[in-house]
Design a protein around this ligand. Structure first.
Ligand code: ARG
Length: 470
């Protein structure tokens, strides 16, 4: 097909402009859906035969030819890019006609590229959803392993990027495991909602042949059966939006992890060391080691959020039903999902290679009066109302600041004066380990609690022998 107009040339007296032809092609983006286009076409051939539109023998020959095309493409996918077809659907049809001649021209009976592309896309998204879920699960595993290793390693915890209270490094790692669990649940939810089959909706009004659409939906593995309204079916791209939103929350979470770790790895914090394998140097400054993997993840988040916005705006002014605008969806959608998958994989590499500077972590967690809340809590235990306890702990901090020491290092006389209820030696009660151990309620940072949570996550993640998304 050299003109690229094989599918619709009849009505036209003049050939399309070459520049326009190149402008309107989508093969460069949708070629990756060739397996799904073949699967959809085979199912359509069976459905046409079941409806008595073509014979079983014809359907058999079509299927055989489609399978042969699949076999050839497995070995030489680049062949698609070399063709001049306008999209993957016309590529497959041209290849079919080249194989079986006139019979190939029967396959498009009662079908439109509008219901075809809607179906191909949903089928293709299944694979991407599965890969994204797997990559998210693997990152969860990497974080759980890290949490196990660092369940009792103290780390300063921040609010407003000011040291607040000590936490454990394991607790920090598990925070991201929770975020990824929500991402995965959103993914499963979106997948379930998109599980209906548009094929058999025709261009917009439905198909004029007695196709058993429920059987067709089942044949293609759509658990939710056939779509119920042809206008909606060919113009629904909610799944593109939903999955790009999921990709966006994934990227948001990865970007926050990146930001946290870039800071922890900075000389200013000096609390973690990233693996050389995920950092780069400077072409000018010989001493530099830069956290590029994490910076690229953080930067990529912007692109994915932009794609979500573009997909929303792309659809807002489109009248029912299909409009060519929709062709623009795939570049944005695929880029968002590919990006999220790549970034999940790269982040898992970073997580598996990280080393905590243990002594520095412990030192930093024990400094800057992060145990002041515990002073107030200890006063509460001695019967002081919390508001008063807070005020007195604050005054003690102010005095310790004047003296240039931590609270527990204040001279006995000062402790006696400011905190008489607590005795003259607070070193044990205010130690970072004691502060951590107290936070043992569900959701807390105590080492025992973190170890339990990590063990539960590990079991749950390993238990996923049967992937619910498959
Ligand atoms: N390539 C198109 C897309 O990705 C599908 C073809 C529908 N084209 C059309 N002119 N109705 O949306």
């Amino acid at each position: 097909m050299s003109s690229g107009t094989g599918l619709w040339g009849g009505r036209f007296a003049e050939a399309p402009n070459e520049v326009f032809l190149r402008f309107q092609e989508s093969l460069s983006v949708d070629a990756r859906m060739w397996r799904e286009d073949l699967a959809g076409s085979m199912a359509w051939a069976r459905a046409l035969a079941d409806a008595g539109v073509i014979t079983d023998e014809e359907a058999g020959r079509l299927q055989e030819a489609l399978e042969a095309i699949g076999g050839e493409l497995e070995g030489d996918e680049a062949r698609i890019a070399r063709s001049e077809a306008e999209d993957v659907h016309s590529f497959v049809e041209a290849a079919l006609v080249a194989k079986v001649g006139a019979l190939g021209k029967k396959l498009h009976t009662g079908r439109s590229r509008n219901d075809q592309v809607a179906t191909d896309l949903k089928l293709h998204l299944r694979g991407l959803v599965h890969r994204m879920d797997e990559a998210a699960r693997d990152l969860q595993l990497a974080l759980v392993e890290l949490a196990d290793r660092t369940a009792d390693l103290p780390l300063p915890g921040y609010t407003h990027l000011q040291r607040a209270q000590p936490i454990t490094a394991g607790h920090h790692a598990l925070a991201y495991v929770e975020m990824l669990a929500r991402d995965r649940s959103r993914l499963a939810d979106a997948e379930e909602r998109m599980d209906t089959c548009p094929l058999g909706s025709g261009a917009l009004a439905g198909t004029a042949f007695p196709i058993d659409r429920e059987a067709l939906a089942e044949d293609l593995g759509f658990g939710g059966g056939a779509t119920r309204n042809s206008l909606d079916a060919v113009s629904d791209r909610d799944h593109a939006l939903e999955l790009t939103f999921v990709a966006s929350t994934v990227m948001l979470h990865l970007s926050r992890l990146a930001e946290d770790w870039i800071f922890l790895a900075s000389q200013e914090a000096g609390l973690i060391e990233l693996s050389d394998a995920v950092c780069t140097g400077s072409s000018l400054m010989p001493q530099k080691k830069n956290p590029d993997a994490l910076e690229l993840v953080r930067g990529r988040a912007g692109r994915v959020f932009g794609n979500l916005q573009a997909l929303l705006v792309l659809q807002k002014g489109t009248p029912l039903a299909y409009n060519r605008d929709f062709q623009e969806d795939k570049r944005l959608l695929f880029d968002a999902l590919d990006s999220a998958i790549d970034c999940l994989v790269v982040t898992a590499l970073v997580v598996r290679g990280v080393q905590h500077r243990k002594a520095a972590c412990r030192r930093a967690a024990a400094a800057s009066y992060q145990n002041a809340t515990d002073v107030a809590d200890l006063l509460v235990a001695a019967g002081v109302p919390f508001r008063d306890a807070h005020e007195r702990a604050g005054l003690a901090v102010r005095r310790a600041l004047e003296l240039g020491v931590e609270l527990e290092a204040m001279p006995a006389a000062e402790l006696e004066k400011h905190l008489p209820e607590l005795g003259s030696d607070l070193s044990e009660q205010l130690s970072v380990d004691a502060v951590l151990a107290r936070r043992d309620a569900i959701g807390g940072t105590a080492p025992g609690r973190v170890r339990d949570e990590a063990a539960q996550w590990r079991a749950a993640l390993h238990d996923e022998t049967q992937d619910p998304l498959e």
